[in-house]
Every structure is written in C-alpha cells, then in structure tokens.
Design a protein. Structure first.
Length: 178
C-alpha cells in the first residue's frame, strides 16, 4: 500500500480563531516566503541561493525567511530580505505571502512545506528536487525552475500574470485536497 504525502486540510482551510481564515497583512510590495528548519543543510543551501542569486535579482520583492537556526547577520547586506526566526503558527506567515518558494538542490524526504503553501492558495516556485515525490505538474499546480539565475524571473512571471496566479492557486489547492 502506498500512502500519498498529505496534510490535514482542516488545519489550513480554516486556520483562524473561531474558524475564520487568517487575513494577510496589506503591503505595498509582494512578499515571497521560504520556510524550513535552517539547521538542516539542504534548507541552509536554499537560503544561500535566495541571498546570493534570487533576492538580488528581484529588488522589487520582499523576501521572508522563516525557521529556526539562521544567523540574522547573514542578511544585513540585503534590504529586501527579512528573517522571522521560529514562528508559533506558520499559517500566518503563509497567509501574508504572495508567492512561496522551495529552491532546494539537495536532501531527501517529503516537502510538506509545498503542500502547506498550496493548501493555503499560494502559488509556488520550486526546484524539481524541492518538489520531488509530490507528483506536481509544472505550469499546472506549481512552477518548477532548476536554474537559480532564472528563479526570480519565474516569481515575477507569476506575479505579473493574473491568470497564471489564479490557475496555480486553484490547481495547487485542489491538488492537495485530492
């Protein structure tokens, strides 16, 4: 028997107090989220990619890194990257984001973060390795990009194409529910 990767959709579809959805903060600039345990080498490598190759090519976006284990001093040279550290309820951080990313190049295991992003209706850009084992389809329920130098362009594409944004939102959520 093969049991697919899954999360409890009830925890994400009605996450607020009294069952009310968590409303995102209103911002002037798009927010791109990456989350993970930052004492795990593959996630640390993903942060390096964000700091060195993605965020510098997308100064019009704000990037938020969430998770325990990062030295905040590493971010001091980038004005568009913030570090939230460990948060008690990741759903609030996901709700506040416009696009979520998973630029992993190494590692194994299940990328439940992608399922969490998708169930909350967030378009996702990931590497093929980052989405490995999930059965997602590029351009249908996720955007896959293995070239770090093109990652910012894929984020930009999603944010500039309202139809693509809505397609990824709807199909991503439906994919997780199914």
């Amino acid at each position: 028997t093969v049991i697919p990767n899954c999360i409890d959709k009830a925890d994400y579809l009605d996450p607020g107090p009294g069952g009310a959805p968590i409303k995102p903060k209103i911002r002037n600039r798009p927010l791109v989220l990456f989350m993970g345990s930052l004492d795990y080498f593959p996630n640390m490598d993903a942060v390096d990619i964000i700091l060195e190759q993605i965020a510098p090519k997308a100064p019009e976006f704000d990037f938020m890194i969430v998770g325990r284990g990062l030295d905040p001093g590493r971010l001091s040279h980038l004005e568009n990257v913030r570090y939230a550290g460990y948060v008690d309820d990741i759903r609030k951080s996901i709700a506040d984001s416009d696009v979520c990313i998973c630029p992993l190049r190494y590692g194994s295991g299940t990328r439940l973060k992608i399922l969490e992003y998708m169930i909350m209706g967030k378009p996702v850009v990931s590497t093929t390795k980052g989405a490995e084992g999930l059965g997602v389809q590029d351009g249908q329920n996720i955007c896959l990009e293995d070239d770090p130098s093109s990652f910012a362009g894929r984020i930009r594409e999603i944010l500039e194409d309202a139809e693509l944004y809505r397609t990824l939102q709807r199909n991503g959520r439906d994919f997780v529910i199914e």
